[in-house]
Design a binder for this molecule. Structure first.
Ligand code: NDP
Length: 298
């Protein structure tokens, strides 16, 4: 019998399935089929973002899947071009309108804007208002580095429930994980199986986590795949992970990880693969000039 997905309790008591399903780079015309497949497989946590351009299709898949809205944990993100108090309140209307829902389970700032931290704070204050008004069940951030968390915590009152950050065996961000834990912020891993280390167009390293010898040996020892071992590693260390796939057999493979029990030595061996080199853009370099893009109305 399949084991249930572990629930993680956020710092405000809301429960979130640890294993979710991501849709970054899933083209809108593939999103409905992919999200329906994920929901049929058993995922009950979907991660999208205003900037992914597929919120409308995620919402359509939710409705056509036959799964109750109340049974799905729906997470989306505010893009930086919608930062500012009023703009971020309106960003909620845009995202909720496209998704076709009245309430979001988790609404997070997609990035900090280090050069306009005033706007970042205002955006977060809008999330606090949305939380107070019951429009969102939890609020959080993404790609916030320790200094961004310090600045945010110093100027706002609700501690983020989640920090969604790049974490995979080649970039573990141990200090940031510790910082999140110190403040009761749940770390959620993006590119959990190292997608950023192998998808085309991102950097020229292309040393894929999927081809790693250590991960391969552990996978062979358990009779599982490298992707499954990486997901089991996140779950064993108490993180949320949101793997993305548009491929039905991988959608199923990535969900079939709940019975994998890695030993302490195996977890440590995966930890030791950290290169300290991120695959994604440095959060410090995000500006409206280089990353600002308009998010359409609902
Ligand atoms: P993932 O680590 O989830 O890897 C996705 C890639 O791996 C895709 O190319 C997919 O291909 C492939 N893949 C999936 N499963 C398997 C498998 N079992 N075996 C082999 N290959 C596989 O990377 P993502 O960057 O997509 O991260 C996951 C999610 O995290 C995103 O979808 C998004 O929701 C979130 N994210 C958030 C960011 C942020 O800034 N907050 C940044 C990046 C991601 P295919 O689809 O063709 O099957």
């Amino acid at each position: 019998m399949t084991r249930p997905v572990p629930q993680l309790t956020l710092n405000n008591g809301v429960e979130m399935p640890a294993l979710g399903y991501g849709v970054f780079q899933t083209p809108p015309d593939e999103t409905i089929r992919a999200v329906e497949a994920a929901l049929q497989t058993g995922y009950r946590h979907i991660d999208t973002a205003a900037a992914y351009g597929n919120e409308r299709e995620v919402g359509q898949a939710l409705r056509s899947s036959g799964v109750d809205r109340a049974d799905v944990f729906l997470e989306t993100k505010v893009w930086i071009s919608d930062f500012g108090y009023d703009a971020t309140l309106h960003a909620f209307d845009k995202s909720a309108g496209k998704l076709g829902v009245d309430q979001l389970d988790l609404f997070i700032l997609h990035q900090a804007l280090p050069s306009r931290f005033d706007l970042t704070i205002e955006a977060y204050q809008a999330l606090e208002t949305l939380l107070e008004d019951g429009k969102v069940r939890a609020i959080g951030v993404s790609n916030f580095m320790p200094e961004h968390l310090d600045r945010l915590l110093g100027s706002t009152s609700v501690v983020p429930a989640v920090n969604q950050i790049e974490v995979h065996p080649y970039f573990r961000q141990s200090e940031l994980l510790a910082k999140d834990a110190e403040h009761g912020i749940l770390s959620q891993a993006w590119s959990p199986i190292g997608g950023i280390t192998f998808y085309p167009g991102f950097g020229d390293q292309h040393r894929s986590t999927l081809d790693d010898a250590t991960i391969g040996e552990i996978a062979a020892a358990h009779g599982r795949t490298p992707a499954q071992v990486m997901l089991a590693w996140h779950l064993a260390q108490g993180r949320s992970a949101i793997p993305k796939s548009v491929t039905p057999h991988r959608i199923a493979e990535n969900f079939d990880v709940l019975d994998i029990e890695l030993t302490g030595d195996e977890l440590a061996a995966i930890d030791a693969l950290d290169t300290g080199v991120r695959g994604g853009p440095d959060p410090v370099d995000i500006t409206l000039d280089n990353f600002g893009t308009e998010i359409p109305e609902a």
